[in-house]
Design a binder for this molecule. Structure first.
Ligand SMILES: [Zn+2]
Ligand SMILES: [Zn+2]
Length: 397
């Protein structure tokens, strides 16, 4: 390494190390006060204030509670966006032995977004102090409502992606051990869509079903029939999921309901499959229902496309991760059928979404994301900060 290289390395080290305590403290503060999708008001205030203190030009209220913060190096170059999601989930936190616990009953950072915000602010702090070492512009994008897949699009409509040349985003990942980073060119997360099916029958007496059209029986048939879209119509080499997560119908044991409502979600790795799944669910539900004299009404809900990283950026993140945790601690990520609307930003500019291991190695199997027992290993936070800083310097260096 050249003398200049060594000096830069020392500056990176000291800038990153200097953020450590603050990143942990920020993550704990956010964890204590989780805010649900679209009402991330205090979180937004915190990130706006911190970014302004660092010299970023801040725009709040972007597409709802979103915050954009820009820092110009004063030298020409591309604009890189670091995107962090801010929202928590409607879950009552459970479990022992946490370093910090939610104080908002019924809300919980059960996906690690508290860490995403803290790490991105940490990286911003380090990069502001390393301002002489990069060119172009750095944009922080604090996004609301990721958990309901409806935060990115309103921000984009409000100009958040305008002029952005490259996007980097991070997700803490508890199934991956702390100290490991997983990167992959191409699809890393699948698409995620929601839908509602209303099965309209005709209510009646539970003892005289022949005088009614029972939407509960039709619902049972519909649920089974749509699973055959996966087992019989989808290539085993193209992972896809259909889940009905909620079924509601009826009021009493001896009353045939008028209608039933099903809420479900689909996941796909390929973009064409995403559309096909939704179309086929509507077709099959309609056909099955009409076979029983009932009607099915399909309504598409919010959703987002698969999360796709471009090869050049994935390569660069891979190098940044290797410089942080060592070559042998960087994995090629296996695609996962969870969704993330960072996908919408990645459709507008090339970039990379990568995973930072946050599983406590000594605690064995960790509860999954979105579980009431979910917890992250805070030792993951500096890994995320350093990888973000190094990747940023590669893009803007
Ligand atoms: Zn989540
Ligand atoms: Zn998440």
């Amino acid at each position: 390494m050249s003398d200049t290289g060594t000096a830069l390395e020392a500056r990176i080290r000291s800038a990153v190390d200097g953020t450590h305590d603050d990143v942990v403290e920020t993550r704990r503060r956010l964890h204590r006060h989780p805010e649900l999708s679209k009402v991330e008001h205090h979180t937004a205030e915190l990130v706006a204030q911190r970014s302004a203190d660092l010299g970023f030009e801040v725009r709040a209220g972007v597409g709802g509670t979103g915050v954009i913060a820009d820092l110009d190096s004063g030298r020409p170059g591309p604009m890189l966006m670091l995107r962090a999601d801010m929202d928590a989930l409607p879950i009552l936190e459970q479990g022992e032995g946490r370093v910090v616990t939610s104080e908002n009953d019924g809300a919980m950072h059960a996906c690690g977004h508290d860490g995403h915000v803290a790490m991105t602010l940490g990286a911003a702090t380090a990069l502001a102090s390393l301002r002489d070492d990069w060119s172009g512009r750095l944009r922080l994008c604090f996004q609301p409502a990721e958990e309901v897949a409806s935060g990115a699009m309103p921000m984009i409509a409000d100009g958040a992606a305008d002029g952005v040349d490259r996007v980097l985003g991070i997700h803490l990942w508890a199934p991956l051990e702390t100290g490991r980073v997983a990167v992959k060119a191409g699809v890393i997360f699948g698409s995620a869509d929601s839908f509602t099916l209303t099965i309209q029958g005709r209510g009646g007496h539970g003892g005289m079903p022949h005088t009614a059209i029972d939407p509960v029986v039709v619902t049972a048939q519909v649920i089974l029939a749509i699973q055959s879209i996966i087992s019989r119509e989808t290539s085993p080499f193209s992972p896809a999921v259909i889940t009905i997560g909620r079924v509601t119908a009826g009021t009493a044991f001896n009353v045939i309901a008028d209608s039933a409502e099903l809420l479900g979600t689909t996941r796909a790795i390929e973009i064409a499959e995403r559309e096909r799944l939704l179309t086929r669910i509507a077709e099959i539900a309609t056909a099955v229902a009409s076979g029983y004299g009932a009607q099915a009404l399909f309504t598409r809900g919010t959703g987002c496309p698969p999360v796709v990283s471009d090869a050049a950026t994935a390569d660069l993140v891979q190098r940044a991760a290797a410089a942080t945790v060592g070559d042998d601690h960087v994995d090629i990520a296996v695609p996962i059928t969870v969704g993330d609307d960072v996908a919408c930003f990645l459709q507008r500019a090339p970039g990379c979404y990568f995973l930072v291991g946050a599983g406590h190695p000594e605690r064995g199997p960790v509860p999954p994301h979105h579980s009431a027992y979910f917890d992250i290993d805070e030792a993951a936070l500096p890994v995320g900060v350093e990888t973000l800083v190094r990747a940023t310097l590669e893009v803007l260096g």
